[in-house]
Design a protein around this ligand. Structure first.
Ligand code: NFS
Length: 648
């Protein structure tokens, strides 16, 4: 029997059924086995930072109210949250550092398989960073750009300034300066956060939380932004591109290779190797009609945005791709890769291959990817996948016939380009009430929430209420599978947004890339605030993360709030064990940074919160504006859980 409760995605449900028939354990089975989950952990009031513990606080006030060292619930909760933010920032920023090093190696001719795809962007970056460009070769300019961006990781004080913070409007920078929130260097903030969480260092919840904001800002406006900008320079700045999404992009008669994770170096090279004549000939030799490279999660988004490579699915679909029985190789790098994929692959013929020096999985084949051996390693991986086609167990193969056409590739540049090279039409559309404003909806899947239901319910309600949605990461994949990233999805938008989409020729939900590319959203709203000569917190914008789960998501939500964007979370973060921390995050913080967190597991109610916030900001920003009626909840449609379009 199909367990409809776990997902709204038909392809996924079909594979859940297959997993049950074949006796395969997946993420939802493991989640059930964990229930009931530890309440101390959920409230954030357990500490195992030192070996006087582990300690826990009694939330009912009957037992201990401090750890052995004397740390209160406030300190323990804030310290745990800071650790999550530092981890998320480290993950995004290490990705950025890898790209900065690769970029310098490319311009210094030490990475022979790579080249600069967008040298115009190098020039723009140089001008933006105040680097002289007159009478200098692009190579020399590029070396200075790369060196200066790499320096942002090791910078020791805020006075030198991290390079992209000037993309924020002056009013925002003033707030950061006043609150001492300007990060000094990316690595410095992560290290200092870890230092502060050591036993007996920072024992004040507010102090810990403000360090969390400063660290997260170093992620959004520096580590992630460097990653995005240099990905564009090396691999090309995305422009709108059509492709297909969902498990149905796997091909029964071809060698299927999935690239999964977050970095581009390996996935780009595998895409190239899969077009190599020798390897195509080899595929023919084993009876395959070709080599089908597909993406998963953010690696998939990166190659989708740049080359239109089909995408298999989002975070909770990674196991089900293997369960189709049709995947010859699952090639992974870093982040969001379930360790369960190793034993799962062994139940099928799939070769699970790890490629990163920092991400080893016990029992996996490891082929380390380096700049110096990129082409050789990619070719070897494709060769292994091709040869593995012969081992495919035909009786195990079942590919759901669900895939959806989608449009990706909306970089900040291409969105502004779509509006004719200026933000004026967008501002006019908001001022005259054609649309209310903009929502950034982002984040993961989480087995605590019905797969994709939070994403789709929230996004549909927003566009129905004339809010343009920009989306990244696993939210964008959910929207893509549902057809919301096609231009004809404007049909279910409110009349104003529908007419704007038709005029401009865009979908009502714009796919801005991977999670690291949330920095594109920051760049975009920074430019919008400058255009309107206001702070980001004055803009009619809001953030939403209905199904978030990772530490990176904690960092993203924190830098959005720290940048002035109020953000609604669909999963309760582990902070409720401290009334003071919860009060600070849900209310008091607004008095400092002009934005706050909200928690609302019901996606329709979350939409209401976002719409009300956006409308409040819009009316404060423009006088004489047309007030738009809300169409939320009361307009809840009977078919809210059905897919918008039938898969074609
Ligand atoms: Ni983002 Fe990409 Fe997805 Fe969540 Fe993971 S894949 S970086 S963290 S799960 S959105």
């Amino acid at each position: 029997m199909r367990d409809e409760k776990v997902s709204v995605c038909d392809a996924t449900l079909q594979m859940v059924e297959k997993s049950h028939e074949e006796g395969i354990e997946t993420v939802w089975d493991r989640y059930q086995k964990q229930l009931p989950q530890c309440n101390y952990g959920m409230l954030g009031i357990c500490c195992r930072n030192c070996t006087m513990g582990p300690c826990r606080i009694d939330p009912f006030g009957n037992g201990p109210q401090t750890g052995v060292c004397g740390a209160t619930a406030d300190v323990i909760v804030a310290r745990n949250l800071l650790t999550q933010i530092a981890t998320g920032t480290a993950a995004h920023s290490d990705h950025g550092r890898a790209l900065a090093i690769l970029f310098l190696n490319i311009v210094n001719k030490k990475a022979p398989s790579f080249y600069m795809s967008d040298s115009k962007k190098v020039l723009y970056l140089a001008i933006e960073m105040g680097i002289p460009v007159e009478n200098r070769s692009i190579e020399k300019i590029a070396v200075t750009v790369g060196t200066k961006l790499l320096e942002d990781f090791g910078r020791q004080n805020a006075h030198g300034g991290l390079h992209f913070f000037n993309r924020a409007p002056e009013k925002r920078v003033e707030i950061w300066k006043r609150l001492n929130l300007l990060p000094r260097g990316i690595d410095r903030e992560v290290v200092e956060s870890m230092h502060r969480t050591h036993i007996g260092v920072d024992n004040d919840a507010a102090s810990l939380l403000f360090q969390g904001i400063r660290t997260a800002l170093a992620d959004g406006w520096a580590g992630s932004m460097i990653a995005t900008e240099l990905s564009d320079v090396i691999y090309g700045t995305p422009t709108p591109v059509k492709t297909r999404v969902n498990l149905g992009v796997l091909k029964e008669d071809m060698v299927n290779i999935i690239v999964h994770g977050h970095e581009l170096m390996i996935s780009e090279m595998i895409v190239q190797a899969a077009n190599d004549r020798r390897l195509l000939g080899r595929a023919e030799g084993v009876g395959a009609k070709g080599i089908n490279v597909c993406g998963m999660c953010c690696s998939g988004i990166e190659i989708l945005s740049r080359h239109g490579v089909p995408l298999v699915g989002n975070f909770l679909q990674q196991e089900f791709a293997i369960i189709t029985g049709a995947v010859e190789a699952m090639v992974v790098d870093v982040q969001c890769i379930l360790p369960s994929l190793v034993p799962l692959s062994k139940c099928y013929h799939t070769q699970f291959i790890t490629t990163s020096s920092i991400a080893h999985f016990t029992g996996a084949m490891h082929l380390e990817f380096k700049e110096s051996n990129a082409w050789e390693t990619a070719s070897k991986i494709v060769e292994i996948a091709v040869d593995n086609f012969k081992r495919r167990k035909r009786e195990q193969v079942c590919i759901p016939q669900h895939s959806m056409e989608t449009i990706g590739g909306f970089s900040t540049e291409s969105i502004i380009g779509a509006f004719g090279g200026t933000l004026t039409p967008l501002v006019n559309a908001i001022e005259c009430g054609q649309i209310r404003g903009i929502a950034g909806v982002v984040g993961c899947n989480n087995p605590k929430i019905r797969h994709d239901h939070g994403h789709l319910t929230l996004v549909r309600e927003l566009i129905r209420n004339n809010i343009l949605v920009v989306s990244t990461g696993c939210n964008a994949i959910a929207c893509a599978k549902d057809g919301l990233l096609k231009t004809d999805a404007a049909e279910i938008a409110g009349d104003g947004l529908k007419s704007l989409c038709r005029e401009i020729g865009i979908p009502p939900v714009l796919h801005m890339g991977s999670c690291v590319d949330n920095s594109r959203i920051l760049t975009f709203i920074g430019a919008l605030a400058k255009k309107l000569n206001c702070d980001i917190s004055d803009l009619p914008v809001a953030g939403g993360a209905p199904e978030w789960m990772s530490q990176k998501a904690v960092s993203i939500a924190t830098y959005l709030v720290g940048s002035g964007v109020s953000t609604v979370l669909g999963v309760v973060p582990p902070v409720l064990g401290s009334a003071n921390v919860a009060e600070l995050l849900l209310n008091k913080i607004e008095g400092f940074v002009g934005a706050k967190f909200s928690v609302e597991p019901d996606p329709l109610k979350a939409a209401c919160l976002m719409i009300e916030h956006i409308e409040k900001k819009r009316s404060a920003l423009f006088s004489d504006l047309k007030i738009l009626e809300m169409e939320t909840i009361t307009s809840r449609r009977q078919d809210e859980d059905e897919l918008l379009f039938t898969n074609d």
